[in-house]
Write a protein that binds this ligand. Structure first.
Ligand SMILES: NC(=O)c1ccc[n+]([C@@H]2O[C@H](COP(=O)([O-])OP(=O)(O)OC[C@H]3O[C@@H](n4cnc5c(N)ncnc54)[C@H](O)[C@@H]3O)[C@@H](O)[C@H]2O)c1
Ligand SMILES: [Zn+2]
Length: 368
């Protein structure tokens, strides 16, 4: 069964296909998308993904008459750099990619963000396809944010550049390490927490199936996650307002990642703690405490952390948040849950309240 979702963006609308065995259809889908076989295609992948899936991707493309060249980057966030960007562009130039060529991102969010930035800028923009191989990439592959990091700030050099297709082959997820599975599910349940109450509770109920990558449950969860993301992006492509709700848990989460120098906790783990923090903040602002207890039970069911490890200093975390763009005139902007499945953007959060939340998050005992 292939699930299909459309990201509605006028003439830049594109389909997301989710199902088993889709990598074998890559060549046919590229034909369908209108890429001419005489223009070479560049596949960007990483050192973990390429040994597993690159040959299948190349074969499917060759079967349809495409010439391909591949560039394999070292796995990991450090590859989202300007130096790696230049290396990939060098490969593209040497292979003779032209205006009708496309860049295919075969991998997780790191590959997607880097390859997308190459596609957005090579000859001022050529074709771009996402072939996500992590659960987290259900989020990063949809919506068109592409970027590399600057040594001083993450995702600082980038663009909005939509792919012409997302091809999500569920079979590729089977080799993901369990921590990566849980980390990706944090963004899945986030989509429920911001906009779909029933789906958030569904994730808690089906947590074991999701962690076991049971195809029916996983296919449904990724379809819901992608649909919610697509709906938000369809309303606000370039984050003028609404799109910010997707940042639930990310203000604290990004600070945790920055203080842990990107690597101690995985992205989904950091934002799980951040979502627990946002729910605590909501309680402080007078919202129902059950938002917090339910959020925590959902995240815990998915094997995600909800407490801040002792080694994270509150001063360092506050400092990291000030560097983030979400701080204005002594007040902070947070995505605050109003209920499970509903959030609001609040730009008048007092730093002292955030400190209190961080202190509560550090306690081993939960407050309620
Ligand atoms: N553009 C966006 O909107 C957006 C949204 C969220 C996150 N991101 C970005 O995404 C990145 C994180 O994405 P990620 O979690 O996918 O990280 P990732 O790409 O680093 O993948 C995680 C790890 O899993 C490995 N891996 C990937 N697929 C695998 C598979 N099928 N089997 C075995 N191993 C596999 C990778 O090699 C890597 O070591 C961050 O850079 C983040 O900034 C972007
Ligand atoms: Zn995220």
């Amino acid at each position: 069964m292939v699930r299909q979702i459309t990201v509605e963006l006028g003439e830049r609308s594109y389909p997301i296909y989710i199902g088993s065995g889709l990598l074998g259809e890559l060549g046919a889908r590229c034909k369908e998308a209108g890429y001419p076989p005489r223009s070479p295609l560049l596949i960007v992948s990483d050192s973990e993904v390429a040994p597993r899936f690159l040959a299948a991707a190349e074969k499917s493309l060759a079967d349809q008459g495409y010439k391909t060249v591949s560039h394999v980057i070292p796995a990991g966030e450090a590859s989202k750099s300007l130096a790696m960007y230049e290396a990939v562009v060098t490969t593209a130039i040497k292979a003779g990619l032209d205006r009708r060529s496309a860049v295919l991102a075969l991998g997780g969010g790191v590959v997607g963000d880097l390859a997308g930035f190459v596609a957005a800028t090579y000859m001022r923009g050529i074709g771009f396809l996402q072939i996500p191989t992590t659960i987290l990439a259900h989020d990063s592959s949809v919506g068109g944010k592409v970027a590399v990091n600057h040594p001083l700030a993450k995702n600082m050099i980038g663009a909005f550049y939509q792919p012409s297709m997302v091809l999500y082959d569920l079979d590729t997820l089977a080799t993901l390490p369990p921590r990566q599975v849980a980390s990706g599910l944090a963004e899945v349940v986030k989509h429920g927490l911001i906009l779909d109450r029933d789906f958030a509770y569904w994730c808690r109920e089906h947590a074991q199936e999701l962690l076991a990558l049971e195809p029916e449950a996983l296919g449904y969860a990724l379809e819901r996650g992608c649909s919610i993301k697509a709906a938000v992006v369809g309303e606000d492509e370039t984050e003028q307002g609404l799109r910010a709700i997707l940042n639930l848990g990310h203000t604290i989460g990004h600070a945790i990642e920055a203080v842990g120098s990107y690597g101690a906790l995985l992205h989904g783990e950091a934002i799980a703690i951040g979502m627990a923090g946002a729910a605590l903040l909501a309680a402080k602002l007078g919202r129902d405490r059950s938002i917090y207890t339910d959020t925590v039970s959902m995240l815990s069911a998915l094997n995600l952390p909800v407490r801040l490890p002792a080694e994270y200093g509150i001063d360092e975390l506050m400092e990291a948040m000030m560097h983030d763009k979400k701080f204005k005139e002594g007040q902070m902007t947070f995505i605050v849950p109003e209920a499970i499945g509903k959030v609001s953007i609040v730009d008048s959060i007092q730093p002292s309240d955030v400190r209190e939340v961080l202190a509560l998050l550090k306690k081993e005992e939960q407050p309620w």
